[in-house]
Structures are given as structure tokens and as C-alpha cells.
Write a protein that binds this ligand. Structure first.
Ligand code: ADP
Ligand code: ZN
Length: 740
């Protein structure tokens, strides 16, 4: 029915006059668009609308002209058009391509793109204040301050409270000025544009290689063509300084920029740096900001009232008007992979989005992912290197402690060698970090009478003791229970004992070894809020602790300038397990953690406790020879035909009924013809590494294909062959990152 579109579209392309048939994509789980009639006043393609669906009203987007083909009088009209800028064609494309890539139904993708609180609210107004023409009859200090603030901000409107606070006066003063016409009071939409960032404020004086990096990125942004650059440099080399210059180049061209960070706790430091560089703070988008601010951000991004957004991965789905740059900081970070709901990797989706809107992508990391490294090797990404740390700081010296030779009683984890190194730092008034990537007190609680290990009732996982909370917690489903007094199996009393270390237990050991030291534990579960954690991190950075004990939380970019020693309690931990990225993750994590030491003018030392100092990964870490490590790792993966040199898709089926889930999975595995047609293989079914979560039995299939194979189409055809019982859930994970 495309003629309907062109005939009735008339004056404006993409406009539907009242009564024209339009196809609406809703956020409901349907497999197609539904036809409606354009409402009174017509609507644009891309308009956000409310439409009737059965007895309900649901959110949708006018996706294009209607299909037609049935009695037109039965087609219901769109209820109303929402107060939001219509979705751009480029965003429609992005959602469609992302849905195709991840095998996600389009409505689920649309939900990601409409996560603005109050999207359906009528435009709400509030009173704002700006500079008027009139002169006050009498100038007082207080009045002068108000007018000065308004002049300083060059015509920007304030709310009453904001204005009074900025000027340091009472609201009565402002109201007085309104009466005299010196200040205008007017109704304005609630969501105001963000203050303008000024890219031409003087930045820091950059070092030579920082300057070269900034110039290269600036030129890439100015080209207004798609491209991706891997910006690599050790922690502290000034990657942030350099990509802020790319942001400046983007803002100068009047385009918008997005900076993705892997961890909310990192945003506040970044906001401060943006303010220092550009004069004000950017818009924020993540779970830690208020509903009001989220709504404002979503709207202003669409209207062009936000130049720079800093956010979590879901910020990729904001309705940017003209996005010219996406920075993915710490691009190797696993938290860019969304692991529930829509399974997508924000790093890859950033590249997709940029390619559709002629934007440049900067992937920044001290330890890039093998995927990005391989894309550079293949000539798909450009590469920029920052080779030295800023100022005097150098990468710390790294050494192993051979635990086979250390004399350490059972139930203790700090070796004599590490202990001596910490003592020396204490004497010199310097900080030490003890790193252990395990939350809680002990990973296993065992009964010494019968050998029973306490597990979760709903999952195939052992419960982790959290002594701080005085509870056992399942790290899979979050279920917790009080620490029992008796063994649940044999009922013996007082025989339950912890096995293995968590950070809480390590803190106990450290407190006994170093009684005079101030010890701080940094673990995500110990903080009620991002704010509390930030306060603690800042206090530590300023010297508020002698010994920091932390999980991988500390590996993520916080600055601890007084830190000169990092002790890795168990460098072997990540090397166990069957994850294909185990070596890569260990390498990255160890280097990130080591990078915490010696940032200021004092040289740092990293000590890795290991039982296998000869292991190639441990040796590569100690040698600091990254290129060699990547080349060796790349060889192995190429040989095995796994990512990034081959493709994987994980299929997880789950059901409360163990027989049912195995039967369906086996049936799927047998009907592998559509997969074989593209040369792909299916492995399994096998119980998933965690065979039960929240009472659902889990079975997995793994599909392996060559890199160039049209995997998504084959997967869709394959899965379409079986009808799933309603109790069964199936999820497809393209390019799986975790194998649980
Ligand atoms: P990275 O992002 O690579 O970890 P940063 O950009 O955060 O590095 O830089 C590390 C520290 O050094 C920051 O405090 C930063 O402000 C400072 N720094 C880096 N380059 C310069 C420079 N050219 N002039 C002044 N300070 C700098
Ligand atoms: Zn559980």
C-alpha cells in the first residue's frame, strides 16, 4: 500500500493525513506491526503514539504505511500522538538491525528505545525566570546578584529555586524583580535543555603523544563518516584527556556525543572532568539518576538540547538527533554485555549504531578485548597508542610469589613474602591493595561431621557466607538465609566451617597480621548505594586507609594516588574453569589491578601469589609483553575456530520439568538440518554449568559456525521447527560472553 503513503502524504514526506492507514509497532510481544488510522491532525512516520489494543491502550511507533488488505472501516484510529520528537529513520534501522543480529523480537528492541519515564505524559509546564527588559526602581546587592546570574548564563531560564540558590538570595527577591519587569516569569516545558558545553575553553596542555592522538581522533570526527578507533594506553596515560578532545571536535561541529562507562561509580569523577574541560556537566543516563532527570535526558537528546550524554550501555538506545561520536571506555569490560532480557553487547551495538549515523567510535582500554585487537589486525579498526603514563608514574614492577615455596598454614592466604611487603608500606606510610575477586566471607560452608556443603534450595550453587550480613547468600539467585547453627543434613551442632577465602575473611586475616593498620573493604555488596561507595572510594584515595581489600570493583579505573603495592591473593583463580576467555580475562584483570599501583610519583610493585608461576598466562602477565600474549591467544582461538575467528551462539532452555527440557533440547539437536546447511555444528544438549537457577532446570546447546556463515538466519529457521511448551523458556545468546 505504498501508494497510500505517497498520495495522501502530499506536502510533507513521511506525513500521514487523518484517516490514512499506518502500521504501528507496539511494545507488546506481537510478531508484526498493526494497522491503525492516522488521528485527527495526521501524524509523521516515526511518531510515538498511543493505540488501542483490545481493551487496553499501548505505546507504539508509527513504523510506516499500513498493510491494508481487510475491511477498512474496522481499522481503529490512533488514540493520540505523544509529545516527543518522532523516531528518526536511522533509529528505526538501528533497532531493526540490532533485532536481526541478536535474534530479538522487534517489540523488545523498541522497549529498550522507549525507556523514558512519563513518555506518555502530556507536556507539563512550570514557571521559569529569565532576564527582562525593565529596570528595578532601587538596586540592592541581592537584586544585583540575581541579575548578574541571569546575565552570566546568557538568557538561560531558571526555576525559582535554582535562581535564588545560584544568586544566594531568597525567593522573595526574585519575585520582587518580577513585579518590576526586570525578571520575566513565564510558563515553560518542564524538561529544560542542558546548559551549553563550551568546547573552546582551554584544555590541559597535552603531551606529545596525547596531542597526536587528539589530532587523529579530531580529524576522524570531523570527517563525519563512520569509523572505529581503538585507543590503547596504560591506565593513567591520559586516554580520557585524549577522547575529551574528540568530544570537543564533535561539539564544535554541532553534533552530539555519547560516552559509555562500564560502572556507575565511575561517572561522578568523569562528570567533574567534563565540567573542568567544557564548563558544565553533561546529561547522565543510568539507573542512578532520578526519573525526572531520565525523562529530561531522553527528551533533550531527541530535541538537541543535550550535547553530551554520559551513561550506561542502555544510553545507546536514546533518540539522538545527530550523534557524531560514541566513546566506549574500558571497552573490554564484561558489563557491556547485557546478560538478561535482550542479550546484546553494547560495544558491538555502538559500532552498529555509529555506522548508521556516520559517527566515529572510540574504544578505549588499557587491555583491549581480543575481538577489538583482531579487528585492528584485520584493518577494520584504526589504532592509537599512548605509550607512557602521564607525569613520572610508570607501570609497576610485577613479580610472582611461588606459593609452593611459602610456608602458610591452612585457612590463611597472605604469604610471608606478601606480608613483609605490606609491612614495609605501612612503615613508609604508603597504601597497599590486597585483591581477591570473591565477595563475602567464604565461598563454601562445609559440615565437618558429615561433609555436607550448604547449597541453595533453588539453584545448583553453593551458598556463600557473608559474615558482615550474618547470612548465607546464593550468588546466582540472591536468595539468602541466616547462618544455620546445625548442619541441615546430619544436624550436628557447631561443626559448620568456612572453606576458602572471600574478601571479608581476608580482611579478618589482615586485621590480625597488621593490628595497627586501617583496613577498608571494597566490595559491591557492602554498599547500600552508588553514593556511599563513591564516598568510600574518595576517602581511600585521600589516604583514609592503609590497606584496601577489594574485589574486581577496584580494578575499574578508580584513582588511588597513594597506593604503591598491589598483592593479588589468588592469581590462578580466573584460570580455572572452561570459559574460552579465561586466559584473556585473567590477563586483563591482573594488568588492570596492577595498574592501580604507583600512579603518582612513587613507583609501584605488584605481587602475584600463584601455584603455577610457569603457566603461560602468568608468565605473559609478568613479562608485560602484551603483543606476544595476544598473538599467542589469537593463534589458539584461530586454531579452535572460536571467537573472534569463528562464531558461537548459546541456546539456553529452562523449565521446572527436567525431563521436558532435555526432551525439547534433544529434539532440537536432532533437527539440525538448517544449521548443517550453513556448515554449522550443534553441540549438546548438556546440563548448563549451573544446572538449576530459581528452580528451573537449565540445558544448553552450543552452535558453532564459521565467521562468514549467515548464522542468524539459520538459527531462526532451526528454532522455528519446534513448538515450545509454555512452561519452557528459550534464550539465544549470540556471541556469548559467559557460559553459565
Ligand atoms: P586514563 O584515562 O588513560 O587512565 P587519564 O586521562 O585519566 O588516563 O589521566 C590520568 C591522570 O593524569 C588524570 O588525573 C589526568 O587528569 C592526568 N593527566 C593526563 N594527561 C594530562 C596532561 N596532559 N596534563 C595534565 N594532567 C594530565
Ligand atoms: Zn539460588
Amino acid at each position: 500500500m505504498s501508494d497510500l503513503f505517497s498520495e495522501q502524504g502530499g506536502d510533507q514526506p513521511g506525513f500521514f493525513h487523518e484517516g490514512a492507514l499506518v502500521a504501528v509497532l507496539t511494545t507488546q510481544p506481537l510478531d508484526r506491526c498493526l494497522d491503525y488510522r492516522a488521528p485527527e491532525g495526521g501524524c509523521m512516520v516515526g511518531a510515538f503514539v498511543e493505540v488501542p489494543l483490545g481493551p487496553r491502550r499501548v505505546l507504539g511507533v508509527v513504523w510506516g504505511p499500513g498493510e491494508g488488505g481487510y475491511e477498512l472501516s474496522k481499522v481503529r484510529p490512533v488514540t493520540r500522538v505523544l509529545d516527543a520528537v518522532p523516531m528518526r529513520e536511522e533509529m528505526q534501522q538501528f533497532l531493526k538491525r540490532a533485532a536481526d543480529y541478536t535474534l530479538t523480537p522487534l517489540p523488545a528492541m523498541l522497549r529498550l528505545a522507549t525507556r523514558s519515564p512519563g513518555l506518555g505524559d502530556p507536556p507539563s509546564m512550570r514557571l521559569v525566570y529569565r532576564l527582562g527588559e525593565g529596570e528595578p526602581d532601587r538596586m540592592t546587592d541581592a537584586r544585583a546578584k540575581v541579575l548578574e546570574v541571569l546575565r552570566d548564563y546568557g538568557g538561560l531560564a531558571f526555576t525559582l529555586k535554582e535562581l535564588a540558590e545560584s544568586a544566594g538570595v531568597t525567593t522573595t527577591v526574585v519575585k520582587g524583580l518580577v513585579k518590576q519587569g526586570a525578571v520575566l516569569e513565564e510558563a515553560s516545558p518542564r524538561d529544560l535543555p542542558y546548559p551549553r558545553l563550551d568546547p573552546d575553553l582551554p584544555g590541559k596542555a597535552l603531551t606529545e603523544d596525547q596531542q597526536a592522538g587528539a589530532a587523529a581522533l579530531g580529524a576522524a570526527v570531523e570527517a563525519e563518516r563512520y569509523g572505529t578507533t581503538l585507543l590503547r594506553g596504560v591506565t593513567g596515560s591520559g586516554k580520557t584527556e585524549v577522547y575529551l578532545e574528540a568530544v570537543a571536535a564533535c561539539l564544535r561541529r554541532g553534533r552530539q556525543a555519547l560516552v559509555l562507562l562500564p560502572e556507575i561509580a565511575l561517572t561522578s569523577e568523569f562528570l567533574t572532568r567534563v565540567e573542568e574541560r567544557f564548563g558544565c556537566k553533561p546529561a547522565e543516563w543510568h539507573s542512578g539518576v532520578t526519573m525526572t532527570e531520565r525523562r529530561r535526558c531522553w527528551k533533550m537528546v531527541g530535541e538537541g538540547g543535550a550535547q553530551l550524554v554520559v551513561g550506561a550501555r542502555s544510553a545507546l538506545f536514546l533518540p539522538f538527533r545527530d550523534l557524531g561520536l560514541i566513546v566506549v571506555d574500558e571497552e573490554h569490560d564484561t558489563s557491556y554485555k547485557q546478560e538478561d532480557g535482550v542479550l546484546y553487547n553494547a560495544r558491538d551495538m555502538a559500532v552498529l549504531r555509529a555506522s548508521l549515523c556516520s559517527a566515529h567510535v572510540v574504544l578505549a582500554s588499557a587491555t583491549p578485548s581480543l575481538e577489538s585487537w583482531a579487528n585492528v589486525q584485520a584493518g577494520k579498526y584504526a589504532r592509537l597508542e599512548l605509550t607512557s603514563r602521564f607525569g613520572a608514574a610508570v607501570m609497576p614492577e610485577m613479580k610472582s610469589i611461588d606459593m609452593r615455596a611459602e610456608d602458610l598454614p591452612g585457612g590463611k592466604w597472605i604469604s610471608p613474602a606478601l606480608r613483609r611487603a605490606v609491612e614495609r608500606r605501612l612503615e613508609d606510610g604508603e597504601q597497599s591493595l590486597l585483591f581477591l575477586n570473591r565477595r563475602g566471607y567464604a565461598p563454601v560452608t562445609i559440615c565437618r561431621a558429615c561433609g555436607h556443603q550448604i547449597g541453595c534450595d533453588h539453584c545448583d550453587a553453593r551458598m556463600v557466607e557473608h559474615r558482615f550480613l550474618k547470612r548465607l547468600v546464593c550468588h546466582q539467585c540472591g536468595e539468602s538465609k541466616p547462618m544455620p547453627l546445625k548442619c541441615p543434613a546430619c544436624e550436628a551442632e557447631d561443626r559448620l566451617s568456612p572453606v576458602g577465602p572471600g574478601v571479608e575473611r581476608l580482611a579478618e586475616e589482615a586485621a590480625a597480621l597488621f593490628p595497627s593498620a586501617r583496613i577498608a573493604v571494597l566490595s559491591s555488596d557492602l554498599f547500600g548505594s552508588a553514593r556511599a561507595m563513591k564516598a568510600q572510594v574518595e576517602a581511600i584515595a585521600q589516604g583514609g586507609a592503609d590497606i584496601v581489600i577489594g574485589t574486581q570493583l577496584v580494578a575499574k579505573g578508580h584513582n588511588f594516588p597513594l597506593l604503591t603495592l598491589v598483592g593479588v591473593i589468588d592469581a590462578d583463580l580466573g584460570l580455572q574453569g572452561s570459559d574460552l576467555r579465561a586466559a584473556e580475562r585473567t590477563f586483563q584483570l591482573m594488568r588492570q589491578v596492577a595498574g592501580r599501583a604507583g600512579r603518582a610519583d612513587k613507583p609501584g610493585l605488584a605481587l602475584l601469589q600463584t601455584y603455577q608461576p610457569e603457566h603461560p598466562v602468568i608468565r605473559a602477565i609478568l613479562a608485560g609483553d602484551e603483543e606476544r600474549f595476544w598473538a599467542a591467544e589469537a593463534d589458539e582461538r584461530r586454531h579452535a575456530g572460536v571467537p573472534p575467528y569463528g562464531r558461537l551462539a548459546g541456546i539456553i532452555l529452562s523449565s521446572p520439568n527436567v525431563q521436558e527440557v532435555f526432551d525439547v533440547a534433544a529434539d532440537l539437536a536432532r533437527r539440525d538440518q538448517p544449521l548443517r546447511a550453513i556448515g554449522a555444528q550443534v553441540f549438546g544438549p548438556a546440563p548448563a554449568p549451573i544446572a538449576r537457577i530459581r528452580g528451573r532446570h537449565r540445558v544448553r546447546l552450543l552452535v558453532k559456525a564459521e565467521k562468514a556463515a549467515p548464522l542468524q538466519g539459520a538459527l531462526a529457521a532451526w528454532l522455528a521447527q519446534v513448538r515450545l511448551p509454555s512452561s519452557l523458556r528459550l534464550s539465544v545468546d549470540i556471541d556469548p560472553q559467559s557460559f553459565y
